[in-house]
Design a protein around this ligand. Structure first.
Ligand code: C2E
Ligand code: CA
Ligand code: CA
Ligand code: CA
Length: 275
């Protein structure tokens, strides 16, 4: 009863303390997962709009926590960045994505998400080139995705790092385009091979004329720059047709394919649907 009373008196402080404890637990468990291989990768198809052909897959990390179940990367990646585990987790993602890519048809590429913390260190380039060598992969088949928010600090250093990555033949995509600050400045100051237009613009494309105008203009900028345009989070046939009509190059989203963990999925099909 006493605890409840206190919580009511100081809801914010109490909530904050609980969240810190919670975060510490997750941090401890992350160390454990890194040590014992607690992660897996899901792959979501990327489809070319002109041909309808799958050109590659985006690798999305999955963590099945021993007691809490699936924890979203949106939750644990920021924690991994804070506690310094991101480099180790990032290295695993790169190696595992390239290992799987080596078994795919040679026209397919793999897209790997890279966070702000990874971009600051030379280890990223080392891990990428190492994975490409180990699995004997053409570097052009690997693409790294960088969010707009990862570009904000130390622009000169980041631009140099992106240039070094691109010189190896590895592609660079700008992720979540339109959600960060100074999106246009990023297109001016950095070189990309692909612009991934954030899902938030796709959702309202059919119903909102302004949103449609922004989408159309973004595709035009991409064409002008010679950069592929790619729409994220396409869930309906209408959205797909609108994007096709404005000349968007590629789509990704539940309509064309959900992220799947290859092995787990094969196992799941053996389980009767009624169970
Ligand atoms: P993201 O890179 O923007 O990835 C797209 C997210 O949208 C994924 O969530 C994906 O499952 C989800 N998604 C795809 N299609 C649709 C759709 O049609 N509708 C809706 N509502 N959602 C869709 P996920 O897998 O939970 O990943 C969340 C974020 O976590 C990613 O956003 C990315 O920023 C980060 N992330 C994932 N894997 C990694 C990784 O290996 N390394 C790093 N550093 N970050 C990762
Ligand atoms: Ca991404
Ligand atoms: Ca994205
Ligand atoms: Ca995102």
């Amino acid at each position: 009863a006493k605890r409840r009373g206190r919580r009511r008196a100081q809801p914010y402080v109490s909530g904050l303390a609980e969240r810190l404890v919670e975060r510490q637990h997750i941090t401890d468990d992350l160390y454990e997962a890194v040590q014992n291989g607690g992660f897996s990768l899901a792959f979501q198809p990327v489809v070319a709009l002109s041909s309808g052909i799958t050109t590659g897959y985006e690798a999305l990390i999955r963590w099945n926590h021993p007691t809490r179940g699936w924890i979203s990367p949106d939750t644990f990646i920021p924690i991994a960045e804070d506690c310094g585990l991101i480099e180790e987790i990032g290295r695993w993602v790169i190696m595992e994505a390239c290992r799987q890519l080596a078994g795919w048809s040679s026209h397919l590429h793999v897209a790997i998400n890279v966070s702000a913390g990874q971009l600051k260190s030379d280890a990223l380039l080392h891990h990428l080139t190492q994975a490409i060598l180990v699995y004997g992969i053409a570097p052009e088949r690997v693409e790294v995705e960088i969010t707009e928010t990862a570009l904000i600090d130390d622009a000169a250093r980041t631009a140099a790092m992106l240039a070094r990555i691109r010189r190896t033949g590895i592609k660079v995509a700008l992720d979540d385009f339109g959600t960060g600050q100074s999106s246009l400045a990023h297109l001016r100051d950095f070189q990309f091979d692909r612009i991934k237009i954030d899902r938030s613009f796709v959702i309202e494309a059919g119903s909102d004329a302004r949103c449609m105008a922004v989408l159309r203009a973004t595709v035009a900028i991409g064409q002008e720059l010679g950069v592929l345009t790619h729409a994220e989070g396409v869930e309906t046939r209408e959205q797909l047709e609108l994007l096709r009509s404005i000349g968007c190059d590629a789509v990704q989203g539940y309509l064309v394919g959900r992220p799947v963990v290859p092995f787990t999925d094969a196992v799941a099909t053996l389980v009767p649907a009624a169970v």
